[in-house]
Write a protein that binds this ligand. Structure first.
Ligand SMILES: [Zn+2]
Ligand SMILES: [Zn+2]
Length: 323
């Protein structure tokens, strides 16, 4: 059914798993949309498995090595809704769209015109002989792309308006990783898919690269004082490094530590700040609905702030827009 590229994922018989799900679906009379449903079930299961790993790793860290505690805990229902929505709806949708439709159609179109689809492994022979390097190289490139997406989202008023939903969290825990506006999710995934296509990320790799980002992201948002050490936090984004990005004073344009998984881009482009003891997070300019509203209230408040900041930055393009 699926022709997989040489990758780490060849070690796992994905075709076999998808075939088994399809056989099961055919057995219960759901053969008409068997391929679509089996892909959706497979990707949703992978997403939930990643969330479970994050939960099992981060919960003990937050319980036994917490950085801070709050007298009254905000309800986490909206954050849990974000996490489940991403795993059960958004992630399978993107994975299916990228894997089963976009990449295959694009490959077909390019081949019609005798154009070889771009691929890192086509450029660097070492990647062909040792497939895990392809996965890691694609991870690095997508992380670089996401650094710039995030940095630009702090640059433009309208964009920060929707991104501020993520920054409005004043009790940051590993659940906060998924807290993001639907419009921002759409921009993020269009951005990453476009870069993925440009560097030729193998079709089945893209969803798993995204899951790796989510795993590092969960840890980076954890409310824990666990340190990665001097070297460790320069290799992988640590909870303290990302908490600095969420500091009250860092909301808006004058922020730093924009990286998603690797701090390398912040170090290379002069936006890294390691020696910082931020504990409190949030955005002083965020209205209460953006901080503690239900999922729907947060989404609407994000749109309101996007419009407000877009108007303000049109009037005063040089001023800070985080209020
Ligand atoms: Zn940010
Ligand atoms: Zn964050």
């Amino acid at each position: 059914m699926c022709v997989l590229h040489a990758s780490l994922l060849n070690a796992v018989n994905v075709d076999g798993i998808l075939g088994s799900i399809q056989s099961f679906l055919a057995g219960i009379g759901l053969h008409r949309y068997g391929q679509e449903i089996s892909l959706w079930l497979f990707f949703a299961a992978c997403g939930v498995a990643q969330l479970l790993i994050s939960f099992l790793v981060c919960t003990p860290l937050e319980r036994f090595r917490p950085l801070t505690s709050w007298p009254k805990r905000n309800p986490i229902a909206a954050d849990v809704t974000y996490a489940l929505f991403v795993r059960l709806v958004l992630f399978p949708l993107i994975a299916y769209f990228e894997y089963a439709w976009l990449l295959q159609n694009l490959d077909g179109l390019l081949r019609t015109y005798s154009i070889t689809p771009p691929s890192l492994s086509g450029l660097i022979p070492l990647f062909v002989s040792w497939p895990p390097t392809v996965f890691f190289a694609n991870f690095i490139f997508l992380d670089l792309a996401d650094y710039w997406r995030h940095r630009l989202s702090h640059r433009y008023g309208w964009w920060y308006g929707i991104h501020s939903l993520h920054h409005a969290e004043n009790q940051m825990t590993f659940w906060s990783d998924e807290r993001s506006h639907l419009l921002e999710d759409a921009i993020t995934y269009v951005w990453l898919i476009a870069v993925g296509l440009l560097i030729g990320v193998p079709s089945m790799q893209f969803p798993f690269l995204i899951l790796c980002f989510r795993l590092v992201g969960s840890l980076a948002h954890s409310n824990t004082r666990v340190s990665y050490g001097w070297l460790g936090e320069r290799i992988l984004i640590s909870p303290q490094f990302h908490r600095t990005h969420h500091a009250l004073r860092a909301a808006g344009r004058r922020s730093f530590n924009y990286g998603t998984a690797l701090p390398w881009w912040d170090m290379a482009f002069g936006t890294a700040r390691f020696r910082d003891n931020t504990v409190e997070t949030g955005d002083a300019g965020a209205e209460p609905a953006l901080v503690n509203g239900s999922w729907g209230e947060q989404q609407r408040a994000g749109i309101r702030r996007m419009i407000r900041l877009a108007r303000r930055s049109r009037k005063m393009p040089a001023v800070r827009t985080a209020s």
